[in-house]
Design a protein. Structure first.
Length: 361
């Protein structure tokens, strides 16, 4: 183990001892907010320190076994113990490296999924509907809930733009790499000569903020318009000004919500989406300022970047960021995305491990 990593682990071990003493003090619960904060920190550090303690015991076992090599009667037993200790040390070092990887604070959050039709006209809008179905089916498999926020339908039944909220444990952690350009190659239903067309959609995955108040939004910077909802929704929804459009003047971000009959609820949903978009813009701006020269394979979040191609004639799905090609397009479009999601997460983890090793060099 590199000295810098060992030093970091020793600091965590010392910090855990401090937390144990503080939390055991009779005055610990006097300030419950501070108590909860320290308890969360303890819960995060304790598993890492437990691994570190195991690593140190394995190192001690190795040193003890090596000291027995000079004893002819103990040599064979010592050799077996040395091999077992080295194996345990290697395994624990791998686990410790992964435990030290930076945590994404948004991983356990719910998310807003936005899909917009791009090049390809009606076919692109139909593909947007296919992508929404794919993500909805995947969410169902994860036992997450999906709530329609807003939709702009095309003439043939697809979507020019659709926004849904996906709620469930670890939702953002699994879908956060879906932001980007999605391209489809297939023969459209409207194509009479059997020619393959290429169309595209953009997908944006935004973590839900804890509350609108987490993002500094000046009410004076907002223009709020109400209007009658369009499309399906029954007589009531089309006779009242229940739909809401909010424009954030400084950034030009516009959010519409018309899925609910309640103007109040539509406004609340629109504000949630607006806050998530503003927060994402702030995070992207900050990331751009501190980005290293080596671009992350899958963490750029550039929504215009082409990340995946769905080729129906060949039955394949290709993720261009990690050179992954799977010949199971039908099952993937039915929401069986586990293999793609796991491959993207593994590649991201490999990048983080490489960065950690670089810092420790």
């Amino acid at each position: 183990m590199k000295p810098t990593i060992n030093d970091k682990l020793q600091q965590l071990s010392d910090r855990l001892a401090e937390l144990d003493a503080t939390l055991a003090h009779e005055q610990a619960t006097r300030d419950m907010d501070a108590f909860r904060k320290l308890t969360r920190e303890h819960a995060e550090i304790a598993p890492v320190v437990a691994l570190y303690d195991g690593w140190r015991r394995a190192q001690a076992d190795l040193a003890g076994a090596q000291s027995m090599l000079s004893d002819p009667e103990m040599k064979e037993l010592a050799a077996d113990e040395i091999e077992a200790s080295k194996s345990r040390i290697a395994q624990l070092e791998d686990e410790l490296q992964r435990a030290l990887l930076p945590k994404d604070p948004n991983d356990e959050r719910n998310l807003f999924l936005e899909i917009r039709a791009g090049t390809g006209g009606d076919e692109s809008a139909l593909f947007a509907a296919d992508l929404l179905r794919m993500y909805t089916r995947y969410a169902e498999r994860q036992r997450w809930s999906v709530e329609m926020i807003s939709a702009s339908e095309s003439d043939l039944g697809g979507y020019k733009e659709v926004i849904v909220k996906i709620s469930g444990q670890g939702a953002y952690s699994k879908l956060k790499f879906e932001s980007g350009g999605h391209r489809v190659q297939r023969v459209p239903a409207t194509e009479t000569q059997g020619r393959i067309h290429t169309s595209a959609c953009t997908v944006a995955v935004l973590p839900e903020v804890d509350a609108v108040g987490d993002v500094d939004i000046n009410p004076a910077d907002l223009r709020i318009d109400t209007f009658r909802a369009s499309g399906a929704g029954g007589q009531h929804i089309n006779k009242t000004d229940s739909a809401v459009r909010i424009t954030h003047i400084p950034t030009g971000i516009v959010v519409e919500c018309q899925d609910d009959r309640s103007q109040h609820r539509n406004k609340a949903q629109a504000m949630s989406v607006l806050a998530a978009r503003i927060k994402a813009a702030q995070v992207n701006e900050q990331a751009a300022k501190i980005a290293s020269e080596r671009k992350s394979l899958i963490g750029s979040g550039d929504r215009s970047e082409r990340i995946r191609t769905y080729n129906f004639p060949q039955g394949r799905v290709t993720d261009h960021r990690i050179n992954l090609t799977l010949y199971k397009i039908d099952s993937i479009m039915e929401g069986e995305m586990d293999e793609v999601v796991a491959a993207l997460a593994a590649e991201h983890q490999a990048e983080l491990l490489a960065a950690l090793a670089g810092e420790a060099a």
